[in-house]
Design a protein around this ligand. Structure first.
Ligand SMILES: Cc1ncc(COP(=O)(O)O)c(C=O)c1O
Length: 414
């Protein structure tokens, strides 16, 4: 390029998003070879066994029957009152912490991640995440002059690496006096890991210890994008209760998303939820998010907010919706079991999977492995240190077949 017209801070590589790019290649392969001959495990959205995107009827009936003016009107900056009331119930279930809680509507969980990175880390500071992480955390951080630092997510047993987390968190705290940590759990993207209640206790002890110094600012963002697909009932939400009565310099936020749990990926809705033992800190959170909202996207998607509030206002609709979530979750869990069982049987090592949309396999040459797999019409995403297979997007039969293809291909590259 001869000259740049964008400002200095806005110069980024001329490259497409790698996930959407490989997904486009999979779509081309389907057009050429037929969908029965291609495994497209690229995208993080739920598809049925025939390859059609799942759209929950209870959600879309509500949207389609909604008066136009409810969809058309602007929502208040913080979100509609009905949405703000129901989103707390939708998020916490019976595990609402004893604390001052404020919610602000956002365009998807991404909006909440943006709020956290924008408002709770200083310019030039590093944000702490595990070494397997959703890459938009880095995109969002670097766009506004912040960095990502990683701890090692897994220990040798394949559980949460508390020692690495502690080491990085404490060193960063010493240096910055303020640390924003992002933990994506339950049903982590890309690995499918869910932090256990015991691990949560240890993590919170590390935070509370740092909070003993009143000059420190300990901030945690829990990214719960996949929470509706974790566990059997609501039990994987039990960790929320642990956010009760925390020290006032330990602030917790939740990034809540309607994308997966309501199959509303394109409707862009979610919330940032702030939790504090101090009401002023919760209010400060609410107003700084509203300011950021105004500065970035104005307000959230009204139609999506109305869908949630009308479902939550009517027990029959809520039951129908929860029933659909349950069915979809069971479908996902049956695919996960097929993949994990087959992987175990044939000796394909995966990272610890507990819940969620993806299973990940560590590999030293992920791009090469991904390209080899495309030659066999298997499309998935290559990450920095491995490959990510989206069980949400393919049938159980294809999950089983894919595990075998991946194992053989890895062996052939050795
Ligand atoms: C880890 C993680 N966090 C947050 C999100 C936010 O998604 P959305 O903005 O669509 O709610 C996603 C979506 O893919 C995700 O994978």
């Amino acid at each position: 390029m001869s000259i740049n017209m964008v400002a200095d801070h806005a110069r980024w590589p001329i490259a497409n998003d790698p996930i959407f790019e490989i997904s486009g290649r999979a779509k081309n392969a389907i057009a050429e070879f037929g969908k029965e001959n291609v495994i497209d495990a690229t995208l993080g959205a739920l598809y049925d066994d025939e390859g059609n995107i799942i759209c929950m009827k209870s959600v879309y009936d509500e949207l389609k029957n909604m008066p136009n003016e409810k969809i058309a009107a602007y929502a208040p900056l913080a979100g509609t009152p009905g949405f703000l009331k129901s989103v707390e119930t939708a998020c916490f279930g019976e595990y609402k912490p004893e604390a001052h809680i404020r919610a602000v509507a956002t365009p998807g969980g991404t909006g909440a991640v943006k709020h956290a990175i924008c408002n709770y880390a200083n310019t030039g500071d590093s944000i702490l995440v595990g070494d397997w992480y959703w890459s938009p955390y880095a995109t969002i951080a670097e766009e506004i002059g912040k960095k990502i630092e990683t701890f090692t997510l897994f220990n040798e047993e394949g559980n949460f690496n508390l020692a690495s987390f502690k080491e990085h968190f404490e060193a960063l705290m010493k240096k910055q006096k303020r640390v924003l940590t992002i933990l994506n759990t339950p049903a982590h993207n890309p690995t499918g890991y869910s932090i256990s209640d015991d691990e949560w206790d240890e993590i919170l002890n590390i935070f509370k210890n740092a909070a003993k110094d009143e000059n420190n600012r300990v901030v945690l963002l829990v990214d719960t994008a996949y929470i509706d697909f974790a566990g059997v009932g609501l039990e994987k939400r039990s960790f929320f209760k642990k956010f009760s009565n925390l020290p006032e310099n330990l602030f917790v936020m939740i990034a809540y998303s309607m994308s997966k749990g309501y199959t509303m990926y394109g409707m862009r809705s979610g919330a940032a939820i702030g939790i504090s033992s101090n009401e002023d800190i919760a209010i400060e959170f609410q107003y700084s998010c509203m300011h950021s909202g105004r500065a970035n996207w104005s307000n959230g998607t009204r139609g999506a907010m109305e869908v949630m509030s009308s479902i939550y206002a009517d027990p029959a609709k809520l039951n129908a919706y929860l029933e659909e979530v349950k069915e979809t979750k069971q479908l996902l869990q049956s695919r996960a079991k097929i993949f994990v069982d087959e992987a175990e049987k044939i000796g394909l090592k995966t990272l610890t999977y507990r819940d969620g949309f993806f299973i990940t396999i560590e590999h030293p040459e992920p791009k090469k492995l991904m390209e080899e797999l495309t030659k066999q019409n298997l499309y998935l995403v290559s990450l920095k240190k491995g490959i990510r297979f989206a069980i949400c997007a393919v049938s159980g039969e294809k999950c089983k077949k894919a595990a075998g293809i991946i194992k053989k291909t890895i062996d052939s590259l050795n």
